[in-house]
Design a protein around this ligand. Structure first.
Ligand SMILES: [Zn+2]
Length: 392
């Protein structure tokens, strides 16, 4: 799949003269003078901060739950499934939508478009009126999301967890599991989470792999608290009437991250070719950050590294703009990296907790947005400014 990317995300600041208002007609009262660059400045500011919000939602361990649609009973059953799964699995899909019927007929019970995280289940599929069948189908489909290595690398390599382990080999939990390694993974996942002990009896190796995926990393455990779970469910529910918007935002986030890596890589290569080492370093930091954010859903510590690289790059650019010495550039880059990590990673997480304690899930959501919009920018620029002032 090819992804169309927009050019360098750096906002254009229009020269002031282009926006200077024409002098008012003589009979009109003189308007108070307004800074003509203010509007374009505000536009540039918000575009930059929106990118920061997108990066922050990619960097922090995932806690936003999928958007769940269907009848109230179907929604309740889906939530029951999600609540019984490890949190880092429950937040993997973007949306889980119960549809009245499938064009493929009642044989198809569910479908998971893993690349965009969209799960649909067929309400008129065989036995789907039975709660057990409905819940097992949802669990099977979430299993595909857990199997899928998300991010741009999977678009290139198309590799799933199931291609590297015992899946697709005898010792199957069902006839359907025999059709492919990825269906074997999803079927085994379903049995593992709905009938404890059965998979161990059928195939110990597969059970061991799934036991391992159940373990959350220490970063994922940070967000396994009521403040993040309830805020994450609240954010997921805001899209119930329009799950496609949620998918669109997820796609935009992925393109933003891929764009960061591509533009950074291009800058790095041009810097090397032209012997401009500052440009090469800056490009490498962007490329590394983009790659880290793309991999963060599966290796959460890369999200921390990515916010450091973004902050470091901001510090380096600030030092370049001021014509700083090589030593000062290093100091500003390092300080920006530390400040960017505190602002872009710690701040959004802390503000969710703080907002939740003040105003519940709504407060948590506000905290996430405020932290994401401002945290990385404020953290990295303040730290880089301090470093430049100290080393002067
Ligand atoms: Zn399947």
């Amino acid at each position: 799949m090819r992804v169309a990317v927009s050019p360098n995300p750096t906002p254009n600041r229009l020269p002031n003269s282009r926006l200077t208002p024409k002098s008012p007609a003589p009979d009109q009262p003189q308007q108070p003078h307004q800074n003509p660059g203010l509007l374009s400045l505000a536009g540039g500011f918000s575009a930059d901060r929106l990118l920061d919000l997108s990066y922050a939602t990619s960097a922090v361990p995932k806690f936003i739950y999928p958007t769940v649609t269907g009848t109230p009973e179907q929604q309740a059953m889906t939530w029951e499934v999600l609540n019984n799964l490890p949190m880092h699995h429950a937040v993997r899909p973007v949306s889980i939508e119960a549809q009245p019927s499938f064009s493929q007929g009642p044989n198809y019970l569910g479908l998971n478009r893993v690349a965009i995280g969209r799960i649909t289940v067929n309400s008129s599929g065989y036995d789907m009126e039975l709660p057990s069948q409905f819940k097992e189908t949802v669990t099977h489909e979430v299993g595909h999301s857990v199997d899928y290595k998300a991010g741009m690398f999977s678009l290139v390599s198309r590799q799933n967890e199931s291609t590297h382990s015992s899946f697709g080999k005898p010792g199957y939990v069902s006839g359907y599991a025999e059709t492919s390694p990825s269906e074997d993974f999803a079927e085994s996942y379903k049995v593992h989470h709905t009938h404890r002990g059965v998979l161990e009896a059928v195939n110990e190796k597969k059970a061991a792999v799934l036991d391992k995926t159940d373990q959350a990393s220490w970063l994922e455990r940070i967000v396994d608290k009521p403040a993040y779970r309830e805020t994450g469910k609240f954010i997921g529910r805001q899209f119930e009437s329009l799950p496609i918007l949620r998918s669109g935002l997820e796609l935009a986030r992925q393109v933003t991250v891929a764009n960061l890596a591509l533009v950074g890589g291009t800058e790095a290569i041009q810097g090397v070719v032209k012997g401009d080492w500052d440009r090469a370093a800056s490009g490498l930091l962007s490329a590394g950050a983009g790659a880290g954010l793309a991999m963060a859903p599966h290796a959460p510590w890369l999200g921390v590294a990515a916010t450091a690289a973004l902050g470091g790059n901001r510090g380096l650019k600030m030092a370049q703009d001021q014509g700083a010495s090589a030593a000062q550039k290093t100091a500003a880059t390092l300080a920006g990296a530390v400040g960017g990590t505190v602002g872009g990673f710690v701040a959004p997480l802390a503000l969710v907790q703080a907002g939740y304690s003040v105003a519940g899930p709504i407060g948590g959501t506000v905290g996430m947005v405020v932290g994401g919009l401002l945290g990385s920018y404020a953290g990295s620029t303040l730290a880089a400014k301090a470093a430049l002032a100290i080393t002067q």
